[in-house]
Write a protein that binds this ligand. Structure first.
Ligand code: UDP
Ligand code: MG
Length: 320
C-alpha cells in the first residue's frame, strides 16, 4: 500500500483545524487504497494551534505534528514539512480550506497515471478583494516575462508531488525561498487540474500587503537577473542621450556664445538621473541582500518538537 503525506502549514489556525481535519477524513473515504499521514506544521503560532494539533494527534495516530521554534513564514514551514514527510507522494495544502480536500482523489488519479507534480489552478477566487485579484493577475504576467523559467499563473502551492519531486525540492536549500518558482525549476511531469478557490473557513489571511510584496520581489530576484540587465540598458540609453545633448551644447556654445540659462532643464535632468541611480542601487541591493542571506548559511527553519519529542538540530535530513 502506498503512503501519502498531507502537509499543512499552519500559522494561528486554531479555528480552522477541526473543520480541516473533518473535511480531510471525509474525503479519505473515497480513496481507501492508500495510507495517509497528515503532517501539521506549526509555524510559530501564538494562539491555541499547537494544543489543537496535540489533541488531533492523541485522537488519531495518522496525524503528526511538527512545531517550529518561531514563525519562519509559509515557504520555510512547507520545506520543514517536506523534510519530515515520509510518504511516496506528498500533498501540500493550506489550513484555511481555501484549497478543497475534495480535489485530492483526482490528484491521486493523475499521479497513478505517472505525473510527478499535479497542481491545482484557480478557476475563480471568491472572497478575495478586487485589489488582490488585480495585483495577482499582473504580478504573474510580469514574472512570466522576466524570469528564466515558466511559472504558471493562478497556481498556488496546492499540489501533489511524487517522492522524486519531493527529494529534488529538499535539495534546494536556498534562503528567501520562492517555492512556487522552485516547483517549476525542478521540472518533471506536470499536470494541471482546475478548481474554484473558496473563501477562508475561519480567521484572517496571514498574508498582508507587505508580505506579499516581499514574496513578489523574492520571486523575481530569485529566478532572474533581468532587473540588473534592465539597469544596464537604462544606463546605456541615458548616457547615449546625454552624449548627443553634450555635442549639441558644445556646438551651440561655439557658434552662439554662452548666455547663462537653462536652470530648469538642468535641475530636472539632475533629479531624473539621481532618481534612476537610486532605483538601480536598490535593485543591486536586492541581489546583494540575497547573497548576504546565503553567505550566512543559517538553516531555513528550526524545529522545537516533532510529535511531542524534542528535536535536536542537525539530526534530521536536509538540515545538516
Ligand atoms: N502560513 C504559515 N506561516 C505564515 C503565514 C501563513 O504557515 O507566516 C500558512 C497559513 O496558516 C495557511 C497558509 O499558510 O495555512 C496560507 O496562508 P493565508 O491563508 O493566510 O494566505 P492567503 O490564502 O490569504 O494567500
Ligand atoms: Mg488562505
Amino acid at each position: 500500500m502506498k503512503t501519502i503525506t498531507i502537509i499543512v502549514p499552519c500559522y494561528n489556525e486554531e479555528k480552522s483545524l477541526d473543520t480541516l481535519y473533518n473535511r480531510i477524513k471525509n474525503m479519505l473515504i473515497q480513496v481507501p487504497n492508500y495510507q495517509f499521514q497528515i503532517l501539521l506544521v506549526n509555524d510559530g503560532s501564538n494562539d491555541g494551534t499547537l494544543t489543537k494539533m496535540k489533541e488531533l494527534h492523541e485522537k488519531d495516530a495518522s496525524v503528526s505534528y511538527l512545531s517550529l521554534s518561531r514563525n519562519f513564514g509559509k515557504e520555510n514551514a512547507m520545506l520543514a514539512g517536506l523534510d519530515y514527510a515520509e510518504g511516496d507522494a506528498v500533498i501540500l495544502m493550506d489550513a484555511d480550506l481555501q484549497d478543497p480536500p475534495e480535489l485530492i482523489p483526482q490528484m491521486i488519479e493523475e499521479w497513478e497515471k505517472g505525473y510527478d507534480d499535479v497542481y491545482a489552478r484557480r478557476r475563480s477566487r471568491t472572497g478575495e478583494t478586487w485589489f488582490k485579484k488585480a495585483s495577482a493577475h499582473w504580478y504573474y504576467r510580469v514574472l512570466q516575462k522576466f524570469s528564466d523559467i515558466n511559472i504558471p499563473a493562478d497556481v498556488g502551492d496546492f499540489r501533489l508531488l511524487d517522492r522524486q519531486a519531493v527529494d529534488a525540492l529538499c535539495q534546494l536549500r536556498e534562503k528567501q525561498r520562492y517555492t512556487k518558482g522552485l516547483f517549476s525549476w525542478i521540472g518533471y511531469n506536470k499536470k494541471e487540474l482546475l478548481f474554484d478557490r473558496d473563501p477562508r473557513a475561519a480567521g484572517d489571511s496571514k498574508m498582508n500587503f507587505f508580505k506579499l510584496l516581499g514574496l513578489a520581489i523574492d520571486g523575481i530576484t530569485s529566478f532572474s537577473v533581468a532587473p540588473l540587465r534592465l539597469a544596464s540598458i537604462l544606463g546605456l540609453i541615458i548616457s547615449s542621450v546625454a552624449f548627443v545633448y553634450l555635442l549639441f551644447v558644445v556646438v551651440k556654445t561655439l557658434l552662439f556664445g554662452d548666455p547663462v540659462a537653462g536652470y530648469p532643464s538642468m535641475i530636472s535632468i539632475i533629479l531624473f538621473i539621481g532618481g534612476i541611480q537610486l532605483v538601480v542601487l536598490g535593485i543591486i541591493g536586492e541581489y546583494v541582500g540575497r547573497i548576504f542571506y546565503e553567505a550566512k548559511g543559517r538553516p531555513d527553519y528550526l524545529v522545537s518538537e516533532y510529535n511531542g519529542e524534542r528535536v535536536l538540530q542537525g539530526r534530521k535530513k536536509g538540515n545538516e
